[in-house]
Design a protein around this ligand. Structure first.
Ligand code: SF4
Ligand code: SF4
Ligand code: SF4
Length: 318
């Protein structure tokens, strides 16, 4: 990132008034980054911004709510989760300082692995924006960026950080390849029986590790999650198709109208279960029914928060 020095300087100036700034640092190799919690001037030098900055720093806001002054370095998609949390009154704008930039997309490790084998064997990787050049052993291959990037980047219409306090560098001019998600379109061509069979197979593979829930910036129930609740007990400890399905369906319903399609749930899944199909489907329904794109305008009230308890069409149960 060309404007990295400028970004570091902005963080340096803001740091005295903040408890922490969350960004990314180099991970155990060139293909990985990990979250960086900047609390001192020395930490600022560790900051990196590149196409491996996959984690959404906003996922850590759950633990930092309640008066802490937090700075966040956010990609466009990440910034939507903060806006949605502000809309839901789960954060206070005055507690946040957002450092934004123009994002050109991130790379997907599963796609890299499928194309080049075990990621440990990749010796070097270079990205010029349009193409990615990868060296594995004696082979050097150049692949279009769009073949290796995260699916969300193909359809991304918000590459620039929304509603930020500071913005560095030039705005991204990245245009979406398509407005439609190809995987969802293909899936919807299947019959109802085929779709049900597909999800049964996927749910058979789910190990209910809850990585999808833990990575989600919008999962804010914490100890009250239906997955942990003992009274009432919604789910058995059994990891079987029925219980896994139950968890996933409740999970997606809790995120309907709130999911910002950041893709963190699917990225975090160790079993490569395509749970974004469910999220994208519901986000599409919300767009069709309410003309609402979660996390894009802090002034909006999310549609599922607008109903009245005394709504005449809602039957009183007690
Ligand atoms: S979805 Fe958009 S903002 Fe998010 S990583 Fe991809 S290009 Fe960047
Ligand atoms: S991360 Fe994957 S395996 Fe783990 S609970 Fe979620 S869907 Fe299941
Ligand atoms: S459900 Fe997945 S895509 Fe939606 S906000 Fe949570 S992590 Fe992001």
């Amino acid at each position: 990132m060309q404007a990295l020095a400028e970004l570091k300087e902005q963080i340096r100036q803001a740091l005295p008034d903040l408890d922490v700034v969350i960004g990314w640092q180099q991970g155990f190799d060139a293909l990985h980054t990990r979250p960086l919690f900047i609390r001192s001037e020395e930490d600022i030098d560790k900051l990196v911004v590149n196409e491996f900055c996959v984690v959404n720093p906003a996922s850590y806001l759950r633990e930092l709510r309640g008066g802490k002054k937090v700075g966040l370095v956010l990609k466009g998609c990440d910034s939507r989760s903060v806006i949605e949390l502000l809309q839901e009154d789960l954060l206070k704008e005055e507690d946040l300082t957002i450092f934004g930039f123009g994002c050109n997309g991130i790379l997907n490790h599963t796609k890299l692995q499928a194309r080049f084998g075990e990621l440990g064997f990749i010796q070097s990787i270079e990205n010029d924006g349009a193409n990615v050049t990868v060296v594995v052993g004696d082979n050097k291959e150049t692949v279009p960026f769009t073949e290796l990037c995260a699916d969300k980047c193909l359809t991304c219409v918000y590459p620039n950080t929304l509603q930020c306090s500071h913005f560095v560098g030039e705005e991204s001019t990245k245009k979406p390849e398509s407005e439609k998600n190809k995987a969802l379109e293909e899936f919807e061509k299947l019959s109802l029986e085929e779709r049900f069979a597909f999800w049964q197979d996927q749910m058979r593979r789910c190990i209910r590790c809850y990585a999808c829930r833990n990575a989600c910036p919008m999962c804010v129930c914490k100890d009250h999650c239906i997955a942990n609740s003992r009274e009432p007990k919604w789910l058995s400890e059994e990891v079987d198709v029925q219980n896994n399905f139950m968890f996933q369906l409740i999970h997606v319903m809790h995120l309907t109208g709130r999911c910002v399609e950041c893709g963190e749930c699917e990225r975090a899944c160790p079993m490569d279960i395509p749970i974004m199909l469910l999220r994208r489907k519901m986000a599409g329904v919300i767009r069709d029914v309410f003309a609402y794109n979660a996390g894009t305008n802090a002034e909006d009230t999310p549609p599922l928060m607008c109903f009245k308890v005394e709504e005449p069409t809602i039957e009183e149960r007690h």
